[in-house]
Ligand binder design. Structure first.
Ligand code: NAD
Ligand code: DAU
Length: 349
């Protein structure tokens, strides 16, 4: 059961699991908030081992029914409010979904599975943002780094991680957590930096760069994250935590410049044509300066490493958005909500 499977990363995970394991039923459980889009999953719609359940992780009865109905033995929890800027303007929904929702899933899994936890797994997908902010000279986050969240989003994710560990210790629930760095790739909602920049270049709109653009992120192509999640489901050790990262640090301004070059080239515009769109705007409150991940543990224990370099991944990403302008337009206009109405015959509120 992949919660949040209609979102960005969740849709890549659901697609990968459905295709690679035809004999395993993959249940996407998603409440379809603004960030959920079943149009992200149209290419696996016809697969007989895939089911979509429209449900909310804070709704214990819906979670319980789904676990019982499909005999769920593995929960991969990607359902979340995920955007830092939204957490600054509306923190309560982050506590509700990320904390209460995860707690509801944990509690319900414990209740349904009881002592019969053999072969069961509760796998929680978390973020490197729980570790706080690095200075330019600091070493990367590893699994031993102390939690020090600084935004309402990261505080809610840190809280959910603590509940997951607590359920492992207190009730013996087989739990795993992974903390990943910034993902990018197809199907990312265009409120996040990379798709927002690509879309704005395409529409010749200003590219908002927060502060001075010197903040650093460690970028990972989303399919590499999905591969790591697949590996952890199958080979991860319950009770463990794994850091996942791209080993690829870049500041926002450097990243924006790369996106301008790639996108202008595809659009047939002269080199640097969109440079003038870069607009420095007021900084994000409490903006974390730098994230970097040491992924030695998952590499040495499970053999995972990122396989897509940044230049290759960005080129694939820009290509995808340029080839899927219909997807971009349906999302930015709000028409994507109609996929659900057409397929399930009732209106999403
Ligand atoms: P997203 O915002 O694209 O998707 C979130 C999905 O969760 C959506 O489909 C939404 O409808 C669903 N959802 C939200 N509230 C729900 C609820 N109450 N019940 C059921 N479904 C609900 O997020 P994403 O970027 O794909 O991130 C997925 C997970 O990975 C999150 O937990 C996030 O914290 C974590 N993460 C993201 C990144 C990243 O760079 N995007 C990096 C590390 C970790
Ligand atoms: O590190 C993992 C995290 O990465 C995930 O846990 C989050 O769910 C995900 O949203 C992402 O968080 P960030 O805040 O790092 O991503 P975002 O795309 O919002 O911003 C990336 C950087 O770009 C950050 O330094 C803020 C900056 N930024 C962002 C936007 C939207 C801008 O300069 N301008 C913008 O318009």
């Amino acid at each position: 059961m992949v919660t949040g499977g209609a979102g960005f990363i969740g849709s890549h995970v659901a697609r990968r699991l459905t295709r690679r394991y035809p004999n395993v039923k993959v249940i996407v459980f998603d409440s379809l908030t603004y960030a959920g889009n079943i149009g992200n999953l149209t290419d696996i719609d016809g697969q007989t081992n895939y089911r979509f359940v429209h449900g909310d992780i804070t709704d214990g009865a819906a979670v319980e029914n789904t676990i019982r109905e499909y005999g769920v033995d593995c929960i991969v929890n990607l359902a979340a409010e995920s955007h830092v800027d939204r957490s600054i303007t509306d923190p309560l929904i982050f506590a509700r979904t990320n904390v209460l929702g995860t707690l509801t899933l944990l509690h319900t899994a414990c209740m349904v599975w009881g002592d019969d936890t053999g072969g069961k797994l509760f796998y929680h997908i978390s973020t490197d943002e729980v570790f706080g902010s690095l200075g330019f000279g600091d070493g990367p986050f590893n699994e031993e780094t102390r939690y020090a969240p600084r935004s309402p989003y990261s505080a809610s994710k840190a809280s959910s991680d603590h509940f997951v560990r607590a359920f492992g210790e207190t009730y013996g629930l087989p739990v795993i957590i992974s903390n990943c760095s910034n993902n990018y790739g197809p199907y990312q909602f265009p409120e996040k930096l990379i798709p927002l920049v690509i879309n704005n270049i395409r529409n010749e709109q200003p590219i908002p760069v927060y502060g001075t653009g010197e903040n650093v992120r460690d970028w990972l192509f989303v399919e590499d994250h999905a591969a790591a999640i697949d590996l952890i489901i199958h080979r991860g050790r319950p009770g463990e935590t794994y850091n996942i990262g791209g080993g690829c640090e870049l500041n926002n301004l450097q990243l924006v410049k790369k996106l301008i070059n790639l996108t202008d080239r595809i659009l047939g515009r002269p080199e640097g044509a969109s440079d003038g769109l870069v607009t420095f705007v007021r900084d994000r409150s409490g903006h974390d300066l730098r994230y970097a991940i040491d992924h030695t543990k998952i590499t040495s224990e499970l053999g995972w490493r990122p396989s897509t370099g940044l230049d290759e991944g960005l080129a694939k990403t820009v290509d995808w958005y340029m080839e899927n302008t219909g997807w971009l337009e349906s999302v930015t206009s709000g028409r994507y909500r109609e996929y659900y109405d057409r397929q399930y015959g009732n209106k999403l509120t």
